[in-house]
Every structure is written in structure tokens, then in C-alpha cells.
Design a protein around this ligand. Structure first.
Ligand SMILES: O=C(O)CCC(=O)C(=O)O
Ligand SMILES: [Fe+2]
Length: 228
């Protein structure tokens, strides 16, 4: 499932992250620093050094926004979050077709994290750069996304994806991975749909006993499918 999650960062949070990333001392390094063998050959971008003070401050802002975003929680059912990373593509830079590693080591404690869901949170106004579409090859075809600053896309970490070359301006983004409580993408999708239905029934003033039964079903499925 590919899902656009609008409004992850509000204007104030976005401005704060942008000013940290645009600061003269921001620790930008070659993006290949964290690429595996296959990514290294096709990756041409820059990243904030993931253990730097700038990364830590930006990570706190993004993590706080994610924690209270109901769509993100419902769709990703996060168990572990890889600390959000920040990248920049200037003119001529791109990230060719690749897949994300299935397991990554947490940069702070070396813990292993399974990458179930990949996320890109766009940080630059799409009018300020050309190119830079995130192209994801899903089971039901190829999707190309370029979102307003502050909006995020979630997509299965299992997909082949790429970022097209920048022909004008600079693309700034935050990207990260989620180890979900629910490993299977199809099971996770069903829970997301069920949660959405429960929310709609509640908004429509549906009979409380029936709604509660569905809530119970949701949690019984979550209990059955989650690994913690
Ligand atoms: O910049 C993006 O939107 C995606 C980055 C990416 O695919 C990666 O770092 O593995
Ligand atoms: Fe990727």
C-alpha cells in the first residue's frame, strides 16, 4: 500500500527543521555513507550525518509529530522507528532504482530493526525544484509522488523505488523506516481499513454496542498479528 499522509509537520515545525538543515554548520555528508552495496552504485545525494547534533534536533521534531499523527499510527502501526534521516538532492543528483535493506542496525544502539514500511517526508516546496519525484514500483503499477512540504508518503519497504534527477533547485526530505507491530503488509492494510471504518461509524453516530464489537474485533486481530 502506498499512502499519502498530509500535514505531518505544521508550518512552525517545518520552519524549525528547515532552519536547522539550512544552517551553515549543518553536517551534510555524501549519501553513500549509509548505502549498502547495491545502493552505493546508484545513490547520488547528500545526507545529514545521522549521529550529528543537527540530526538529533531534527529527529526529535519529526518523531514528536509522528507520535501524535493518527493516520501514521493507524497505517504503520509502529513498533520501532529508525531515527529519521535527512537528505538533499541538488541539480544533477538522483537516487537510482534500489530496494531498501530488509534489516538495519539502529545507529545509536546497534539494535536490529526490520524495515517493513519506508517513508519520505517532503521538506521543500515542490515549486522550488524540478525533478525529484519518488517513483515506487508497486504490485499494482508504478506511482510517482512529489508532495507539498510537510506531507509524507508511506510505501512498502519491499518495493523497488528511485528518486528522479533534479533539473532545477534543491529537494530536501526526511526519510526513515518503520518496524511495524504487524509484519504482513496485507494484514496491516486490513487493520488500517477496519480502523477507518470504526472512525466513520463513530462520526456517523452508529449504535454503540455494534461499534464496540468492531473495536473488539480490531484489537483481537492486532493481538493475533502483532509481534512486540
Ligand atoms: O529521498 C527519498 O525520497 C528516498 C530515499 C531512499 O529511497 C533511501 O534513502 O533509501
Ligand atoms: Fe530507498
Amino acid at each position: 500500500m502506498m499512502l499519502v499522509v498530509p500535514g505531518v509537520l505544521d508550518a512552525a515545525a517545518l520552519a524549525e527543521v528547515r532552519s536547522l538543515l539550512d544552517a551553515p554548520g549543518a553536517e551534510w555528508v555524501d549519501g553513500r555513507a549509509t548505502a549498502g552495496h547495491q545502493g552505493e552504485r546508484v545513490k547520488a545525494n547528500q545526507q545529514i550525518e545521522e549521529r550529528s547534533p543537527t540530526a538529533a534536533r531534527c529527529q526529535r521534531i519529526v518523531a514528536a509529530a509522528l507520535e501524535r499523527h493518527p493516520t501514521f499510527i493507524s497505517a504503520a502501526l509502529p513498533n520501532l522507528l529508525y531515527p529519521p534521516m535527512f537528505n538533499r538532492y541538488a541539480k544533477g543528483m538522483e537516487f537510482g532504482a534500489h530496494v531498501d535493506g530488509g534489516v538495519r542496525l539502529h545507529p545509536h544502539d546497534g539494535r536490529k530493526l526490520r524495515t517493513d514500511v519506508s517513508a519520505t517526508l517532503f521538506l521543500a516546496d515542490p515549486g522550488s525544484y524540478d525533478g525529484g519525484e519518488l517513483v515506487v514500483e508497486g504490485p499494482s503499477g508504478v506511482s510517482s509522488v512529489k508532495l507539498p512540504a510537510g506531507d509524507m508518503v508511506l510505501y512498502p519497504a519491499s518495493t523497488v523505488h528511485r528518486v528522479t534527477a533534479i533539473t532545477r533547485g534543491v529537494r530536501l526530505a526526511c526519510f526513515f523506516w518503520v518496524q511495524s507491530l504487524v509484519r504482513d503488509a496485507g494484514d496491516r492494510q486490513m487493520l488500517y481499513e477496519l480502523d477507518g471504518t470504526i472512525q466513520r461509524l463513530a462520526a456517523a453516530g452508529a449504535e454503540e454496542a455494534a461499534r464496540l464489537q468492531l473495536v473488539g474485533l480490531y484489537h483481537n486481530l492486532l493481538r493475533k498479528w502483532s509481534d512486540t
